[in-house]
Ligand binder design. Structure first.
Ligand code: XMP
Length: 510
């Protein structure tokens, strides 16, 4: 059990995850909970502070999400943000109404910097607003501590009870002193210590996995991606040889990828890893298949078949390690679950596989997983890898997937990565890779006419893969990539660059 934590009650606001990120950036542990969690349950969890998130509703409409009023009586400091601020006002006996003038964007906020929440902040500062309702009558015991020209109660507080509410969003960057306000709430008002570090997280996770697993065994499917690798190395630190890793080489990976991951885990970490060569099985499943969704399904099913067969070898294993991250946990509405839980049908695995799941990363965001990986000594080469889709190169070859096409694409893709890395652009891009569109065109090399393959170069910037912009790569980098592909991959006589954003295109071509 962690000693100190902040609980964030989620009212469905678009910035709830961002609030969690900001608190963790202050080296304070926090969790996001469903807003309807009762005050008794919250008390049991012994939070040092509580934050009420924003949300899309109006507090005065029927069915507006509410929280248990009892949380204001726990003696724990509470910070309400936007909807959370309005809810605090309403539940404590104040009034919220539709604002006469709505406020969206940057505003000048005037604060009372003699009170702890705004200590050290200029009297007039820039804040980010996004609201249609406002607090119009203060609850008893509260006073106005911040206002804007159109929002007389932009912040209120009951200083004795340590209850604070802000109409603006301290968690977004546009609120210039937002982090100072969050820090004041955490450290001055709530008395938290900044002691949640990756080192302590690793230590605690290792200890709890060791206790739960005891002398039993676990298996883990390794893909070579960041999440499964970090999860496996972390669990290995806890239970050593009781963990068995399975790396399915489906023949759709990038050049040397399976070998590199196998070598790293075996040699650097001394882990038990079995590389299963299933290339033929995947290729025969994909034979003659051209439809993208069918490709995905076949690859998924074949993976399950192979994993199921291999897992039987470890019939003593009771646990399955998965690299689930916090955003997936929040999305599935499963916030309360702990690191280890029982599960029957996992990620499409056959029903008769009864494993308990170990999900050591389930409370972490992606960048925190990278920090854990660093703490565990995993090299940047793996930790800073760009995302790679589960179906692999199969969805970057349009039409039927064949050994020959895979071979061409692999060599071209290797050159793209090499040149992007050389230009120092690899970590700035969300993804950069080659696609084989199965287009042949006429060219001329030396004195000869050619009729060769086309390679499409795709490079995008993005923060989460949901939307993406095509990368404005320097012309000289484009030129080098094009020339080197033509020089080194003799089947190719033309290289083109995809200049479409997502939407309307997707990042992958299938
Ligand atoms: P799209 O092509 O939909 O991709 O714009 C968005 C992001 O998701 C990755 N991607 C996948 N990842 N299994 C995965 O694990 C998949 O089937 C899959 N399809 C796309 C893609 O690489 C990009 O980062």
């Amino acid at each position: 059990m962690r000693a100190e934590k902040v609980l964030i009650l989620n009212f469905g606001g678009q910035y709830t995850q961002l609030i969690a990120r900001r608190i963790r950036e202050c080296n304070v542990y926090c969790e996001i909970l469903n807003c309807r969690t009762s005050a008794d349950e919250i008390k049991e969890m012994k939070p040092t502070a509580i934050v009420l998130s924003g949300g899309p509703a109006s507090v005065y409409v029927k069915d507006a999400p509410l929280c248990d009023k009892g949380i204001f009586e726990l003696g724990v400091p509470v910070l309400g943000i936007c909807y959370g601020a309005q809810l605090m006002a309403q539940l404590m006996g104040g009034k919220v109404s539709m604002a006469q003038v709505r406020e969206y964007g940057r505003v000048d906020l005037t604060v009372d910097n003699t009170i702890p929440l705004f200590r050290g902040i200029d009297r007039v500062t820039t804040a980010w607003m996004s609201h249609t309702d406002s607090i119009t009558i203060l609850p008893e015991g509260f006073k106005v501590i911040g206002s804007t020209p159109n929002c007389p109660v932009a912040a209120m507080g009951n200083i004795d009870k340590k209850l604070y509410a802000v109409q603006f969003h301290p968690e977004v960057e546009h609120t210039v002193k937002g982090m100072d306000i969050i820090r004041n709430f955490l450290f001055i008002i709530s008395g938290l210590k900044a002691d949640w570090t990756m080192e302590s997280l690793v230590e605690q996770t290792v200890k709890s996995i060791r206790e739960e697993v005891g002398d039993r065994e676990a298996i883990c499917a390794i893909s070579g991606g960041v999440d499964s690798t970090v999860a496996a190395v972390l669990v290995h630190r806890a239970i050593g040889d009781q963990l068995h890793c399975i790396l399915v080489d489906n023949g759709l990976l990038r050049l040397n990828e399976a070998e590199d991951v196998e070598r790293l885990l075996k040699e650097e970490f001394d882990m038990d890893i079995k590389k299963v060569d299933a290339q033929e099985l995947f290729m025969s499943a994909l034979k003659g298949v051209t439809e993208p969704e069918q490709k995905r399904k076949l690859i998924g099913n074949t993976f399950i078949k192979v994993f199921d067969r291999e897992a039987k070898e470890f019939n003593k294993a009771e646990f399955l390690v998965q690299g689930t991250l916090y955003p997936d946990v929040i999305e599935s509405g499963d916030e309360m679950a702990s690191t280890i839980k029982s599960h029957h049908n996992v990620g499409g695995l056959p029903e008769d596989m009864h494993f308990k799941l170990i999900e050591p990363l389930r409370l972490l965001f992606k960048d925190e997983v990278r920090q854990v990986g660093k703490e565990l000594g995993i090299p940047d080469e793996i930790l800073k890898r760009q995302p790679f889709p589960g179906p692999g190169l199969a969805i970057r070859i349009l039409g039927e997937v064949t050994e020959q096409k895979l071979d061409i694409l692999r060599r071209a893709d290797y050159i793209v990565t090499r040149e992007i890395k050389k230009a120092g652009l690899y970590n700035e891009l969300w993804q950069s890779f080659a696609i084989l569109p199965d287009i042949h065109s006429v060219g001329v090399m030396g004195d000869e006419r050619t009729y060769g393959e086309t390679i499409v170069l795709r490079a995008v910037t993005s923060s989460d893969g949901m939307t993406a912009d095509w990368a404005r790569l320097p012309y000289d980098v484009l030129d080098r990539i094009s020339r080197q592909i033509i020089n080194e991959v003799y089947e190719v006589n033309r290289v083109v660059y995809d200049i479409t954003s997502k939407p309307p295109a997707t990042i992958e071509w299938e």
